[in-house]
Every structure is written in structure tokens, then in C-alpha cells.
Write a protein that binds this ligand. Structure first.
Ligand code: SF4
Length: 374
């Protein structure tokens, strides 16, 4: 028996960062736990019930022996043909604006054989595409064997029946030659990379402590595109980082123009307590941040439209995720380049991989029909 009809818990990075302090502000909370403690949830719930007192579990776990990666998708909960799998946690980088190293601790990697075992179990339940997840996913190395991130992708391709492999988010500094090689030779690795840029000005990248400059970024992109001519690229950009000048912002615009990303996720800088950049004055006025964001998005939407239009008349291999919610009789799926494709066709099932002829390009999606040769 218990006095609790409901147990109110707070988890995630804010819980990790604030810990027991949250109890002072919200005394109705029963349980506070950080991401590294999720595996203890049943035990923590029991503790709250048996002691009738709030429990706080925010210890960071920074060794592979002690860290518990949970299987991402319990047997009964796989929806559709795509799934995510966490392969590492934490981050050893020190980007000056980012709270992740503080709240998620240092990098811990899951063993390759466990990852392969879980992906194979997903495949048996109908999964056809897996996305490998990590805060800095491509710094992965197997804690026991000498397995790099590119080796892991190869092992997954060779040892499971998964059809498509994606990953997010990589760091440009950890894009190595062997990953470029995987793009050139591994057909299961989707022709898409989300490669966060953050700024197109070297001076800002330095203040952000991003560990690369535009020259290095440009060189890596050229190698990747050379390895896979149909590679789609997306990126993240922050505008209005402390003391970002008009000139530095112009450099970002021109670099974005040069890179021709398929899509970007752009954000206005906002200071985070407990980060290095918090000590810098957040001195770009909000109206200037707004204006920069809107100029950047306007430029990018032109680029995205043109990139999508280049698909007109091509055949795209699409993994069918389900019916198109906006139009009956149509289907929705994603291309290898991760673009949403809405299309018509007969005798199609969720989880099929079909060839779609692209007949229309929108700003954020493509439309088409299943080709006669598909
Ligand atoms: Fe790590 Fe990414 Fe945060 Fe940089 S931005 S510290 S790479 S999680």
C-alpha cells in the first residue's frame, strides 16, 4: 500500500543540473533523476513508495563498466520501420555555449556486439532503418575492441539485415578518412549527413571552441561529397553569439551560400548558466539576432528550394513510413537523403522500400509516384 496516487518525477538534463534544488522550488516533486540514472527507475520508484520521501539520483556515470545503456526499443514498442539506438553518451568536447558535457558527463561507448544484437532484434520486429545516436556520435570507439565509428557502421551493415543506417549528431572534427570511405563503399549508409557548422566565421568558431575552422570544414565536406555525389547535407547554425559582428555574420551567410545545405536548423544564441560562454556578455541585441536569423532563413529557404528542385525527374529510393496524413490514398516516406516524400502508388505497405519518381518539389518536401520500373 502507498500514500501516493501519483508519483511526480522530473528527469533529463534540467533534473541533472538542478538536482535537489528543484525540491525547494517544487515540493510536490517525489523523484528527481538524471539521464545516467534512468536504468534505476524501478528501484527509485520503490524507494519513493517505501520511504514516502523524495528521492534524488543525479550521479554521473563515466565508465563503460558501470554505465547501463538501455535497449532503445523494448520488444513490444517498435512503431513503424525506423528506430533509434543510442551508441554512446556524454561529450568530451568543450564548446563554450554547451551544457551537455556538464549534464551528460564524459563519453561512454556501448559495445559494438551489444549494438549489433539490438539492431538484429529490431530487424526481426520489422525495423528497416536505424539511426545511431550520440551527443558526439562519430567519436565512438568500441570500449573493448579496436572499433572506430566507421568500423561500427561497417559491422552493422555486414552483420545485420538492416537496410539503411543513419547517425546523428557527428562533430566535424571527428569526420575521419575511414568514414569518408564508408560513404564511398557502404550502400546501407544513407546518403545524408547532418554536420553542425554553428558559424561561418573563424573568429566566432574560435570563441565557440568548436575545434575546427571553415577551411577544415570545407575540406571535409568536399571529401564527403566526392565520396557520395548524391550526399544530402544539413546543419545547425547559431546566430548572435556574444560579440558577433555584422562582418562575422556576413561571413556565415556567405559560407552557408557556399555550402549549399539541404536544410539548416538555425537558433538565436541564448546564454546557459554554467557554460563558459555564460561569462561573456550576451551583447547582440535581440532585434539584431532576430534580423540575422530571418536573413539566414530566407537565404536557406532559397537554397533548399533549389536543392529540392534538382530532384525533379529523378528516382528516389523511399522507405515507406505510412499513409500521408494530409492526403488520402497517398503514402509518406523518406528518401536516402532524408527528405520527406509524399507519393502515390499501388499495393504499397509500410516498411517497403520503393523507387519513387519525383514530380514536384516543395520547400520542405518532395512529391512523386512509384515508378513503373520501381
Ligand atoms: Fe559536445 Fe556538441 Fe555540446 Fe559541443 S555542442 S560540447 S560537441 S554536445
Amino acid at each position: 500500500t502507498t500514500n501516493h496516487e501519483k508519483i511526480i518525477g522530473v528527469c533529463g538534463c534540467v533534473a541533472q543540473e538542478e538536482g535537489a534544488k528543484l525540491l525547494k522550488r517544487f515540493p510536490e516533486i517525489d523523484l528527481i533523476f538524471g539521464p545516467d540514472q534512468i536504468y534505476r527507475l524501478p528501484e527509485l520508484l520503490e524507494l519513493v513508495e517505501s520511504t514516502n520521501r523524495p528521492a534524488v539520483a543525479t550521479e554521473l556515470i563515466n565508465t563503460a563498466e558501470d554505465y547501463h545503456f538501455l535497449d532503445a526499443v523494448p520488444a513490444t514498442r517498435l512503431h513503424g520501420p525506423t528506430a533509434f539506438i543510442t551508441i554512446m553518451k556524454g561529450c568530451n568536447s568543450h564548446c563554450s555555449y554547451c551544457i551537455v558535457p556538464k549534464v551528460r558527463g564524459t563519453e561512454v561507448y556501448r559495445e559494438a556486439r551489444d549494438i549489433i544484437r539490438e539492431i538484429e532484434a529490431m530487424v526481426e520486429r520489422g525495423c528497416r532503418e536505424v539511426t545511431l545516436l550520440g551527443q558526439n556520435v562519430n567519436s565512438y570507439r568500441d570500449p573493448k575492441a579496436e572499433t572506430s565509428f566507421a568500423n561500427l557502421i561497417r559491422l552493422i551493415a555486414d552483420n545485420t539485415n538492416i537496410n539503411r543506417i543513419r547517425f546523428t549528431s557527428p562533430h566535424p572534427k571527428d569526420v575521419k578518412e575511414d568514414l569518408v570511405e564508408e560513404y564511398a563503399h557502404n550502400a546501407k549508409l544513407c546518403p545524408h549527413i547532418h554536420l553542425p557548422l554553428q558559424s561561418g566565421a573563424d573568429s566566432v568558431l574560435k570563441r565557440m571552441r568548436r575545434a575546427y575552422n571553415t577551411g577544415i570544414y570545407r575540406e571535409k565536406v568536399a571529401k564527403l561529397r566526392n565520396a557520395r555525389v548524391d550526399l544530402a547535407m544539413t546543419s545547425d547554425i547559431i546566430v548572435g553569439f556574444p560579440s558577433e559582428t555584422a562582418e562575422e555574420f556576413e561571413q556565415t551567410l556567405s559560407f552557408v551560400e557556399e555550402m549549399q545545405f539541404d536544410n539548416i536548423y538555425a537558433f538565436k544564441y541564448s546564454p546557459r548558466p554554467d557554460t563558459e560562454a555564460f561569462a561573456l556578455e550576451d551583447d547582440v541585441p535581440l532585434n539584431v539576432k532576430d534580423e540575422r536569423l530571418s536573413r539566414l532563413l530566407t537565404l536557406q529557404s532559397k537554397i533548399a528550394k533549389a536543392r529540392n528542385e534538382a530532384h525533379l525527374g529523378t528516382m528516389q529510393e523511399v522507405l515507406v513510413e505510412g499513409p500521408d496524413k494530409m492526403a488520402s490514398g497517398r503514402w509518406m516516406g523518406k528518401s536516402g537523403g532524408n527528405k520527406v516524400v509524399n507519393f502515390t502508388g499501388n499495393a504499397i505497405l509500410r516498411g517497403d522500400i520503393v523507387n519513387v519518381e519525383i514530380t514536384k518539389a516543395n520547400a520542405n518536401s518532395l512529391e512523386g509516384r512509384v515508378g513503373v520500373h520501381g
